[in-house]
Structure formats: C-alpha cells, structure tokens
Ligand binder design. Structure first.
Ligand SMILES: [Zn+2]
Length: 178
C-alpha cells in the first residue's frame, strides 16, 4: 500500500493510515454529492487533534463560480468558522479526493494549511475526465520549502472508479471554451 505513496517527507505509516481512512470516507460521501450535481471532488480540513473543521464538495456548476473547487470551498469555510485569514496557528491538514489543481495549490499556500493529503494524481484525473488541472510546478518540493507536508496517491483505485463513473453518467465536464 505504501509503495505508491508520494510524499515530501519520510513516509510516516500512521499518517498514511489515517489519511487512507479519511479519503475512503470522503470517496464514499462524494458519490452522494455527485448525485446532487456536485463536481466529482470532495475536501475536508481537520485540526491536529482530529476534529473536523470544514468539509466541502466542488460547486462550480451549482454555485456558478469557476473558483468553487472543493479545496477552495473547504478553506473558505474553515476561515469563516475560525474567523481568520491565516489558518497556520490552527495546525490544519487538508484531505482531498484528488490532487489539487494549479489554482488550489495557490489557494493552499495563501491559507496557512500545514499539510495536504490527496487521492488521485492530476495526470489520472485529466486522462479520465478531460479536466484541465493546469501546468504543475515542482510543488511537492516548493511546499516542503514552505514547511507544508504533502502525501499523495492515496486510495487511487477507488478515486479513479468514482471519476470514471462521473464521466459514464454523462455529468458535466466544466471548463472555459477556449
Ligand atoms: Zn482546484
């Protein structure tokens, strides 16, 4: 299970185990959100004591806003709940069913989130769905330089199955008409 995990620190099996459990739960919950016309991504933010601080699905279509990715929605919810623009003192971790896109990488940097755990890597999201995840800088190392831990490729097969199902159901692939 650990062989496929990517990280910018020495892999801590306890973190992988906890992240796998959270991401599996998010994947299960995501199926219901898709039925209700959400985009196929779900994110949750937890504090270092294991308390859930925020959880949000992608709402680009229903919210009529191209910024409404799951990560951005969850960060906004956490900042409103904690009444701050700087989440760093709260020692928060973001868990998300797929690798953050270019916009969300920026959003995470600005938020003060301390750790990111993601499921399906962007290349697979793009191959399955046709979403444009943006050009990716060497973000694992850039985040490490800023003290942000990253673990990726968690529960990928389950995540891919949900994305495939989203496409097979004929759900909307939203993107600008270039
Ligand atoms: Zn995004």
């Amino acid at each position: 299970m650990f062989s496929t995990i990517l990280s910018n620190e020495t892999i801590d099996p306890k973190k992988v185990e906890r992240a796998s459990q959270i991401i599996r739960d998010l994947q299960e919950e995501l199926k219901g959100h898709i039925v209700n016309e959400s985009g196929p991504f779900l994110a949750a933010i937890y504090d270092d004591k294991g308390n859930l601080i925020a959880k949000a699905a992608n709402s680009v279509v229903s919210g009529c806003c191209s910024h409404n990715h799951a990560e951005m929605n969850a960060i906004k919810q956490a900042e409103e709940k904690l009444n701050t623009f700087d989440l760093a003192p709260h020692h928060l971790s973001l868990y998300v069913t797929a690798e953050p896109c270019l916009m969300c990488l920026g959003g995470i940097l600005w938020s003060g989130i301390r750790a990111v755990y993601y499921g399906v890597p962007s290349a697979r999201v793009e191959a399955i769905t046709g979403f444009d995840e943006g050009f990716k800088p060497d973000w694992l190392n850039e985040f490490k330089r800023r003290g942000i831990t990253v673990y990726g490729n968690i529960e990928v097969q389950l995540g891919e199955a949900i994305l495939k199902s989203y496409v097979e159901q004929g759900k909307k692939i939203y993107k600008p008409s270039r």
